[in-house]
Design a protein around this ligand. Structure first.
Ligand code: NAD
Length: 496
């Protein structure tokens, strides 16, 4: 990574075996608040370079796996300190290339570092081999590294969703090839290079591009684990690509997370109303675990909608990510803006009412960038696309329900099951939560506000396979290796 003389344009190269590798072609990454401004350039890694990166990781694995856990933790802690020291620079770059407001970019670094610290604190006990003496002899259970990890991350939380993979993978003794998303490659590459500076050459490699490079990473026989975060449709391609060589996989995929407001929810609780608004519109709604459909008990529905609009108009201020008044920035890219617009227009055509939310702080900027005014969509049918599909942007439908059985059914009939939330009296909410099919269910909070990196996170059904975060998020980068030592050579049920 180099910063050009004008300190403005960032140039990223592939990082293979401890070195930047020059590429023949570069792609411009625009600023979503002003698409004519180029934030930086990243390369399209060739197939040959991707293979080189995988081979570098495979070569480094031979010695890296022999290092002690203490050595790895020491290196990772130094990397954490370096990221912390560079936080402001990283946050500015992330905000410029992504469009998320500065406070939100800081939040991403905060969660990333919290997780990396947790992984360092827990790695030793999580990976400690267990020895059990029993009536048949002795069993040793060890947590061995898997090998070369292909880590593929999306654009919405490019740093958090890269470090969520890098930290545990390396602590567990694996080597890695990271491919960030072409929609937000710069800050993730910068953080990966900072981490790499503390590790031996080849332990972390970074390549760039989209599906072409992704296919090499997910099909190459030297890759033994895929850690992927992204869309469910992409995951289906990945599963096919990996099937030839049967790779270990963690897949964190799309969601259509429901927020359920029970009759016992207090619509006059302004802090709770603010929380649900934030849980719908943080990062302009571009979060896997954002509340994407809201169901409200019919007895409180009208008042809820009124209070929701008030709370949303107070909190949502759409503007320049570098303006400290801004709470919501642009959508990251034109493709996603059009997906969201398409769903809102479709809902309107089907007869829904679309209510714009919040204030636009800078009309000129709003018109120039990939901005979308957040919207509330009322009067939808429960099976309209805006309700059943993942919109991944600043719009949310609110629908009434009549009884718990009905809303539990609506929740569970989704093909997704990442997170959900239930709001109301605690015991009523927990009782409904127990009946929901999801990886995480939050009570009286939702989305990132209810995330706890100490516990496993992941989806059920088409929202994913496996878990990240928590102790499980470290062990997922290991093979459980059992070594049995029998006490006697007698074979009790086999004839002599
Ligand atoms: P995406 O699936 O389009 O891309 C994700 C990554 O996969 C990118 O790096 C992309 O270049 C790469 N890719 C694309 N085609 C590939 C292929 N054929 N083989 C290998 N790699 C390929 O997703 P996105 O648009 O970047 O992210 C948005 C999606 O990610 C949403 O569905 C969101 O819900 C999901 N997401 C899930 C979580 C979670 O933890 N469950 C977190 C964040 C985002």
């Amino acid at each position: 990574m180099t910063i050009q003389a004008d300190q403005e344009t960032i140039i990223v190269e592939a990082f293979i075996n401890g070195q930047n590798v020059k590429s023949l072609s570069q792609v411009a990454k625009e600023n979503p608040t002003n698409p004519t401004e180029i934030v930086g350039y990243f390369p399209v890694t060739t197939k040959e370079q991707a293979v080189e990166a995988i081979e570098a990781a495979a070569g480094a694995f031979k010695t890296w796996k022999q290092t002690s856990i203490d050595e790895r933790i020491t290196m990772m802690r130094k990397a954490i300190e370096k990221i912390r020291a560079a936080e402001n620079e990283i946050v500015h770059l992330l905000s410029r290339e992504h469009g998320k407001p500065l406070y939100d970019a800081h939040g991403e670094i905060y969660v990333s570092l919290m997780w990396m610290e947790f992984a360092c604190n827990e790695a030793k006990s999580a990976l400690q081999e267990e020895i059990k003496e029993h009536e048949n002899g002795k069993t040793i259970l060890s947590y061995d590294p898997i090998g070369v990890v292909a880590a593929i991350s999306p654009w919405n939380y490019p740093i958090a969703l890269s470090t969520i993979k890098i930290a545990p993978a390396l602590l567990a003794g694996n080597t890695i090839v990271l491919k960030p998303s072409p929609y937000a490659p710069l800050a993730a590459a910068k953080v990966a290079e900072i981490i790499a500076s503390e590790f031996p050459a080849g332990v972390i490699n970074v390549v760039h591009g989209d599906a072409d490079v992704g296919v090499e990473l997910t099909s190459n026989p030297l890759v033994t684990k895929i850690a992927f975060t992204g869309g469910t449709a992409t995951a289906k391609h990945i599963i096919k690509a990996a099937s030839e060589t049967i790779k270990d996989m963690t897949l964190e995929l799309g969601g259509n997370d429901a927020a359920i407001f029970l009759e016992s929810f207090d619509v006059h609780d302004e802090r709770a109303m603010r929380r649900i608004v934030i849980s719908n519109f943080l990062t302009a709604g571009q979060i896997c675990m954002i509340a994407k459909r809201v169901y409200v008990h019919r007895s409180i529905y009208d008042e809820f909608v009124e209070k929701y609009i008030e709370a949303a108009n107070r909190w949502i201020r759409i503007g320049d990510p570098f303006d400290s008044n801004t709470t919501v920035g642009p959508v990251n890219n034109l493709k996603q803006k059009n997906v969201v617009l398409g769903l809102v227009e479709d809902a309107q055509k089907r007869g829904a009412e679309v209510i714009p939310l919040g204030q636009i702080l800078d009309q000129k900027l709003f018109e120039q960038g990939y901005y979308l005014q957040p919207t509330l969509v009322l009067g939808c049918d429960v099976h309209d696309p805006i309700v059943v599909e993942e919109q991944f942007g600043p719009t949310v439908p609110i629908l009434p329900f009549d009884n718990e059985e009905q809303v539990i059914h609506l929740h569970n009939e989704s093909i997704y099951g990442l997170t959900s939330s239930v709001w109301g009296k605690e015991e009523d909410a927990i009782s409904v939560a127990r009946q929901l099919e999801a990886g995480t269910t939050m009570i009286n909070t939702a989305a990132v506000q209810g995330l706890d990196v100490r516990f496993p996170f992941g989806g059920v059904k088409q929202s994913g396979i496996g878990r990240e975060y928590g102790v499980e998020g470290i062990r997922t980068y290991t093979e459980k290796h059992v070594i049995n030592v029998p006490k006697t050579l007698d074979l009790p049920y086999i004839p002599e």
